[in-house]
Design a protein around this ligand. Structure first.
Ligand code: NDP
Length: 610
């Protein structure tokens, strides 16, 4: 029997034709591939810079420039910066300055206040430091205002507001070799010196707009979802957008953000047009209130255990118990090594690589068939349902979970305008053109995502000048080079948190926490061992770059066959700055074990401590 037949027999009757599905997926991908790839998007500068103005602060804020010196400066007040601050405080660091361009901490939860915004990883795992703060999330999946409040509570608990500078944008950072310090310049003419700098800039930070012809001609009201204008729409993050009752609204984009806000737009607008290029995969959410009795019964240390349990399951590992038991763990149980282990048990032997690959493909088809069936069963008009079906493998795009998104298309005031993969054709003074038809709208919401695939420093918005005047832009132009994703040679005492040559996991705060703990160790050790300057050596960096290359087994073929999106650099693979280009292929479990082992040996291999 061939490898293929063994697996097909094991899975039993398939109610789909795998070859036909493969053809269909490739066809849907091909329709969407475009020559300009990532260049199709407009950078939000000059004419478009109003799209990144902060609508949540009073305009005209001023303050005198400051000249200060701090032991640690943390750039970014999202979960990365907050976790960094928390772990440093726990290790006894007192002199910390947090710098943040927004008016408060919270990062993505400061900016993303659109109606319906919520975390889509379980809150007991996703919200950091719950035990430290003694906080019980109200729901299994918390809504954005609660997460924003929790971010502020973390800052208060760890005294991170002290010395913090908000509405402050870094313009440049320069290493002073003689002093062994960084000098940080800002848009408010500050001069801040820091022994250590932790960069927690965030990966999906700069909104992007589609380069649609006529984008500047539309005369109605527009904004991006990450700068929601409640003055215009009325209501708040829970909906009730009362000012829209007499407005025709259009929304461009149907990604994870749109899936959450469309139900509210549909409930409030006189009419809503949803302009779709590619449908999201939308599975069951089943959100519910937290049971206080259950929460009180959790034993100390529960959050770390729950995070580890989740992380192992969503990394393809096995666990006796699935503590989170939701859509995420369900997907991973069915589509990863766990499924392969189950299949080997049934066969009484290990699967061959070909069998394993076949199992993954067929399980993926089967899973996506259930997602498509859910559309059919929920959306009454079958022509609309057909257009809402995603035709790609589950991880080609961010999986979504929502129980009100699909029913929204049953409302008489909601129209799906599917563009058959081509995107919106044009904007006019009055509205949106698709396939030669103009749809007049009063207001147009851009749910078109965030800049990815560009260089780290362009997204950060400032350059970092290391030893010998070499800038990070120059150094990383051909691609990132780091030790463990956290430091780069020539830039002492500078640490990168986030997605720089490291493993990530479905619950990003968990990755940030691991990084914050490691950076805290490095800073502590560099102080203990000498002058307090720690730097990745050239050899250490070479070693990690080589390890990244060796481990980079994550499916080039997989992403090549995906419909375009930011996961696969809009279908143009090979971009060294692409979203997954700097992900450690051995996964988070191996990465965190390696980092812990590295700390235990205590010899700071690959680092120079002076
Ligand atoms: P995405 O980049 O995922 O989605 C952008 C959307 O805009 C896509 O549907 C895209 O279509 C569409 N689009 C772009 N250009 C055009 C065009 N010319 N015409 C029509 N449509 C167009 O951004 P999101 O803000 O939705 O999500 C970004 C990420 O943020 C998510 O992947 C997720 O990681 C995170 N997120 C997490 C949430 C959570 O945890 N709860 C909630 C929201 C976001 P196409 O697919 O064809 O490119």
């Amino acid at each position: 029997m061939t490898d293929t037949n063994v697996i097909r027999e094991l899975l039993g009757d398939l109610d789909f034709d795998p070859d036909a599905l493969h053809e269909k997926y490739l066809h849907e991908r091909d329709k969407r591939l475009r020559e300009d790839g990532n260049e199709q998007y407009v950078e939000v500068t000059r004419d478009f810079s109003r799209y990144i103005d902060d609508p949540y602060v009073d305009p005209g804020f001023t303050r005198p420039a400051v000249q200060r010196s701090h032991e640690v400066v943390i750039i970014g007040g999202g979960f990365g910066g907050l976790l960094m601050g928390a772990r440093l405080r726990e290790a006894g660091f007192d002199d910390i300055c947090l710098i943040e361009k927004a008016g408060d901490v919270g990062g993505t939860w400061y900016w993303n206040r659109y109606p319906g915004a919520a975390c889509d990883v379980e809150s007991y795992v996703y919200l950091p430091l719950l035990e430290e703060l003694g906080y019980m999330p109200k729901h299994k999946y918390s809504f954005a205002p609660e997460i924003f409040e929790h971010s502020k509570a973390i800052a208060r608990h760890y005294d991170l507001y002290r010395d913090a500078l908000f509405q402050t944008v870094i313009s440049r950072m320069t290493w002073d070799e003689a002093a062994g310090e960084w000098e940080i310049e800002t848009n408010r003419d500050d001069r801040i010196r820091a022994r250590y700098v932790a960069m927690a800039n965030g990966p999906l930070d700069r909104p992007k707009l589609p380069g649609i012809p006529g984008i500047n001609e539309f005369e109605g009201y527009t904004f991006h979802t990450s700068r929601w204008d409640y003055e215009y729409t009325g209501g708040d993050a829970y909906g009730n957008l009362d000012n829209l009752g007499d407005k025709v609204v259009g929304i461009i984009g149907t990604g994870a953000t749109a899936v959450q806000c469309i139900p509210h737009l549909g409930a409030s607008a006189k009419h809503l047009f949803v302009f779709q290029r590619t449908p999201s995969s939308v599975d069951v959410r089943n959100n519910r209130q937290t049971d206080p009795e259950w929460f009180a019964s959790l034993e100390p240390g529960w959050q770390r255990r729950r995070c580890e349990n989740f992380n192992i399951l969503v990394s393809g590992g096995d666990q006796d118990e699935d503590l989170v038991a939701d859509g995420w763990t369900d997907i991973f149980r069915n589509l990863t090594g766990i499924a392969a282990k189950g299949a080997s048990r049934k066969l009484g032997r290990r699967l061959t690589p070909a069998e394993r690959a076949e199992l993954m493909v067929l399980s993926d088809y089967r899973k996506m068939e259930t997602v498509r069936r859910r559309v059919e069963e929920t959306v009454k008009d079958q022509a609309t349902a057909e257009k809402l079906k995603p035709w790609y493998r589950q991880f080609c795009k961010r999986p979504c979970f929502h129980d009100e998104y699909l029913p929204t298309f049953n409302r008489p005031n909601v129209t799906l305008v599917d563009t058959d993969g081509q995107g919106v054709q044009q904007l006019t003074r009055n509205g949106v053109v698709v396939d030669g038809v103009e749809y007049p709208v009063d207001c147009l919401v851009f749910a078109t995502g965030f800049e990815v695939g560009t260089t780290y420093t362009r997204r950060a918005g400032y350059d970092i000048v290391g030893r010998g005047g070499v800038s990070l832009t120059e150094k990383w132009a051909p691609g990132m080079r780091t030790l463990h994703g956290l430091q780069t040679n020539g830039f002492p005492n500078c640490f990168f948190l986030g997605f720089t040559q490291t493993a990530t996991t479905v619950s990003v705060p968990m990755a940030l926490n691991e990084q914050a703990e490691h950076v805290t160790y490095m800073i502590t050790e560099s102080k203990r061992r000498g002058s307090g300057v720690v730097e990745a050596t050239a050899e250490g960096e070479d070693g990690w770059v080589e390890e990244m290359r060796r481990a980079a087994k994550l499916g080039v073929r997989f992403y090549a066959e995906c419909t375009p999106g930011y996961y696969n650099n809009e279908g143009k693979l090979g971009n060294p700055h692409g979203f997954f280009a700097n992900t450690y292929g051995e996964g988070p479990i191996r990465m965190y074990e390696m980092l812990r082992g590295w700390r235990e040996t205590g010899d700071l291999e690959g680092c120079d401590v002076r």
